[in-house]
Design a binder for this molecule. Structure first.
Ligand code: ATR
Length: 278
């Protein structure tokens, strides 16, 4: 009798169009690993029960996306250093003793996409992070670790920007400003859009003055959700305007390695998805 395939999943709301199942299946094919990876559509009220049921039923690991990253952190029994630093989790893993570990590889994925795929050196940059929700929390500490000189966090609701800046604990490098300050803030050579405005089909109305000469702009989302911010970046003269497709593939590769102990080759998977997005 053959063993049933190991079970993995992504939990989100909405999650139907997630590329994660396809990416994990492509990675698995590189190693001849038999796995099942499903997209689980569940709202905030149902997430904790759905995730617990998944692990009790033998699920090995799950990716967690909007809006469950904080709840994933709360549900776990243990937390990796990256998850503890971020305060939110995008990976849950069942350990041998049945306990569940929370991990966060959003920041590592972003930094690897920028530095390795796109050859950018982040050291010494003055960075502007738009947003202070789950996505922003996931990448803020990693940007500081990658060597940005300063990190300015701007959020529509000020208390969330303050809370994220406080949590980073580096007042000389990381601080908060508010949305209405944007026109007077000066310019930045790295601007990261971590808001969910694009996902909701809303425009951000950002001033061109934010863009320093040769600025690099990055949207953590991809596809139609990223198009408004990237159009603004190009119109404002950014040297490079990138969406988060590469980050998605890199975070998936980190999750895959975390679960299977093997590092997949991300390039063919990224190239195929990129060609389809064009
Ligand atoms: P995610 O996990 O995608 O970060 P989230 O935790 O709900 O989702 O956070 C969404 C982020 O996008 C928040 O920073 C939010 O700002 P508020 O904290 O003020 O709500 C930001 N955001 C969403 N829509 C926005 C808009 N139209 N303009 C500016 N910021 C927006």
């Amino acid at each position: 009798m053959s063993e049933s395939p190991r079970r993995y999943a992504v939990f989100g709301h909405p999650v139907a169009h997630s590329l994660s199942p396809r990416i994990h299946r492509d990675f698995a094919r590189q190693f001849g690993i038999d796995l099942s990876y499903e997209a689980v559509e569940v709202d905030a009220a149902g997430f904790a029960d759905a995730a617990r049921d998944f692990f009790v039923a033998g699920g090995r690991g799950a990716n967690v996306t909007v809006p469950h990253k904080e709840a994933a952190m709360a549900l776990a029994d243990v937390h990796s250093r990256a998850a503890a630093l971020a305060g939110v989790a995008n990976v849950l893993t069942r350990r041998a003793d049945g306990s569940v570990e929370a991990h966060n590889n959003d920041g590592a994925g972003l930094v690897r996409d920028l530095t390795e795929r796109h050859g950018q050196d982040l050291r010494g940059h003055d960075a502007l992070l738009l947003g202070a929700g789950g996505a922003a929390q996931g990448v803020a500490a990693a940007l500081l670790e990658a060597g940005v000189q300063t990190l300015t966090i701007v959020n529509r609701s000020p208390e969330r920007a303050d809370a994220l800046a406080d949590r980073l604990g580096e007042p000389a490098r990381a601080h908060s400003r508010y949305w209405e300050d944007l026109p007077g803030l000066g310019s930045y050579d790295l601007i990261i859009n971590a808001t969910s405005a694009g996902v909701q089909g809303k425009a951000l109305d950002l001033p061109f003055s934010l863009i320093a000469p040769r600025a690099l702009c990055y949207d953590l989302s991809y596809g139609a959700a990223a198009s408004g911010f990237l159009a603004w970046a190009r119109a404002a003269g950014a040297r490079l305007a990138l969406d988060g497709l590469g980050m998605l593939v890199e975070t998936a590769a980190d999750s895959f390695e975390h679960w299977h102990g093997k590092r997949p080759d991300t390039e063919p998977v990224y190239a195929t998805l990129r060609a389809e997005q064009a």
